[in-house]
Design a protein around this ligand. Sequence first.
Ligand SMILES: Nc1ncnc2c1ncn2[C@@H]1O[C@H](COP(=O)(O)OP(=O)(O)OP(=O)(O)O)[C@@H](O)[C@H]1O
Ligand SMILES: [Mg+2]
Length: 247
Amino acid sequence: MEPIIKARGLVKRYGDLTAVAGIDFEVARGECFGLLGPNGAGKTTTVHMLCCVLPITAGDIEVCGLSARESPRLIKAMLGVCPQESNLDTDFSVVHNLVSHARCFDLPKAEARRRAEALVDRFRLRDKAGVCVDDLSGGLRKRLLVARTLVNDPAIVLLDEPTTGLDPQSRHQIWDEVRAMKAAGVTVILTTHYMEEAQLLCDRLVIVDQGRIIESGAPQALIAKHLGGQGTLEDMFLKLTGRQLRE
Ligand SMILES: Nc1ncnc2c1ncn2[C@@H]1O[C@H](COP(=O)(O)OP(=O)(O)OP(=O)(O)O)[C@@H](O)[C@H]1O
Ligand SMILES: [Mg+2]
């Protein structure tokens, strides 16, 4: 089957700094694809180019055969994005955030409202529906950010560190949501520092270090290849680079 996402020779430079140094990857429709790597590896930069909010220095990304350079609006309409840093409207209530985000995709008001209410229930935010984002805990904000990704019924969801800072229970809830997205046929791109999370959720992943892909494959296959099947992706990163994935 034709990949839903293809990145070819992708480069991002910020002045003298090369954040993404020519990476290639493909994502199959319906898979959960991981971007793993230490702080500053270039994961968020890659995600930002994929969701067409950051100009590409060289190379290209295709989504459903459309170039990110040429068709950013069409691509954005197919994506749900959970950014690493919250960009929720802090003065708005939970439900208002969902409705106003849905309206950005030109959904009629009644449909926007219907989807927002359904997501409030699905993500167990009912008792907070009228609460201002300013008054939510960090974990609830993350949950709302993940809920918001689904408001436009996207084919592809990008989750940039969706569980960072969450307690184990909240993390497990997000994992269940990722599994539900996959079960519904949604393609998921996940960046994470948590190797356990990547091992549990990702069908395939790339390990990114200093803007380059240093290894790629299915988590268990990579552990088999580098560690004889015994160990974790963290151990593998240490073996490949001589550095810890997390300081
Ligand atoms: N707007 C910017 N201007 C200049 N440099 C930037 C900018 N954004 C990111 N960088 C640099 O690009 C490199 C890659 O950053 P990026 O945020 O993509 O890493 P990351 O893998 O997402 O890291 P983290 O795990 O900490 O989120 C880093 O060296 C970072 O300092
Ligand atoms: Mg990042």
